[in-house]
Design a protein around this ligand. Structure first.
Ligand code: MGP
Ligand code: SAH
Length: 346
């Protein structure tokens, strides 16, 4: 037999590898079950919404398996599995290993339990908040919307449409990228396909839960992901280093078009301060902004960039969907593409 195959077989059959695999499988199974339940609840609520009696009937009809039941089910499965596997193993060693494993698993369960409770509230609120204008565009926001995407009120109007997010992610392909205002994960998910590591930051912990959950819909799992979710203020990242930083802050709600010109200092946090903080991390900045952003403000950003050792100009990209201007994206530093100005999506 080829020595490499023999070595691989030895490795796979080793107790360490078997044990590692067992723990991994259990976690993945648990995660899939949670995802399945969230999806089921999500679908139920959506169906009820169609019948116009969403919240009244939610409690009566909410007969899905409780978290306790799932845990018991998983524990039973695990028990059966370990019974079979234990036959071939040293008993004393296994007892200690299982004890440690169970402790870890219990900690994870507690954490997951808390999150699922929060999610239930989120799903209920989702039903209340889903604004018809944005709901009608749901597949534009996430092509896998029906597979369990969760959005809260702010995310419905803030999430970057998938085609635009995909395009930006292709342009930002790098080793480490910081998505400083990750929200429900519209950009983060696409960055995860083009960058080696994505650090996704949001001030609101619920946004991080949503973003993480939504990333699962797109194939990530706790065990297998290149996204690091960080609950922090984007204004306090100056001691981090990254190849690219992406900024998609809140623009103050959907009424940003209320006046003909949008000024960066009308945002909270202030749009200039956001940029000044970002440039401490890297001069390669991508700034996602309203289509009516003041050109004078954009010139000021270029000046700030120059004063801080970055590029002395920027590229303004207009993002269209179905020939309608949706947003603009500014590129600074090495991300500037001198040959291409406008992108259009159909
Ligand atoms: P929009 O103008 O509210 O919607 O947002 P729409 O339907 O394109 O406009 P209308 O002219 O047809 O009425 C357009 C896009 O801007 C959204 O899909 C989001 O990607 C983005 N966006 C909107 N808001 C209010 C925000 C925000 O506050 N922050 C960020 N980061 N993006 C936003
Ligand atoms: N690009 C995201 C949407 C971002 S919306 C997507 O496609 O899904 C803007 C986000 O900024 C919101 O989720 C909000 O919670 C977050 N935010 C607001 N102030 C912040 C701050 N100081 N630091 C980090 N995140 C902040």
């Amino acid at each position: 037999m080829d020595k490499r195959i023999q070595n691989t077989k030895l490795k796979i059959n080793s107790p360490e590898f078997q044990n590692f695999n067992k723990v991994k499988k259990k976690r993945i199974r648990r995660q899939l079950k949670h995802l399945e339940i969230t999806k089921k609840k999500f679908e139920k609520i959506r169906d009820r919404k169609k019948n116009n009696n969403a919240l009244e009937t939610y409690k009566n009809e909410n007969e899905d398996k409780s978290e306790d039941e799932i845990e018991i089910e998983i524990e039973n499965e695990n028990e059966n599995e370990s019974k079979n596997e234990n036959e071939n193993k040293n008993e004393n060693e296994n007892e200690n290993e299982n004890e440690n494993e169970n402790n870890k698993e219990n900690e994870n369960l507690k954490e997951n339990g808390k999150e699922i409770n929060k999610f239930e509230t989120l799903i209920k609120n989702n039903d209340d908040n889903s604004n018809m204008k944005y709901y009608a565009q749901r597949y534009r926001l996430f092509s896998k919307y029906d597979q369990g995407i969760i959005l809260d009120e702010e995310s419905w109007f803030s999430v970057t449409p998938e085609l635009i997010a995909q395009h930006i992610a292709e342009r930002c392909s790098c080793n480490t990228l910081i998505d400083a205002f990750c929200g429900a994960g519209g950009n983060t998910i696409q960055f995860s396909f083009t960058c080696n590591v994505v650090i996704s930051v949001d001030l609101d912990p619920m946004k991080l839960l949503m973003a993480r959950h939504n990333s699962w819909v797109y194939g990530h799992s706790n065990e297998n992901t290149n996204i690091e979710f960080v609950n922090s203020d984007a204004m306090r990242l100056s001691n981090l280093k990254a190849d690219v930083i992406f900024l998609s802050p809140p623009w103050g709600g959907p009424n940003y078009t209320g006046s003909s010109i949008f000024h960066l200092d009308s945002m909270t946090p202030n749009g200039f301060e956001i940029f000044k903080n970002a440039i401490k991390v890297t001069p390669n900045i991508v700034y996602f902004l309203p289509k009516n952003t003041s050109k004078v403000d954009i010139a000021k950003l270029a000046l700030i960039s120059k004063e801080n050792g970055g590029s002395d100009y920027c590229e303004i990209e207009e993002n269209y969907i179905n020939e309608k201007l949706k947003t603009i994206t500014l590129y600074f530093g090495s991300l500037i593409n001198n040959n291409k100005y406008n992108e259009s999506y159909q």
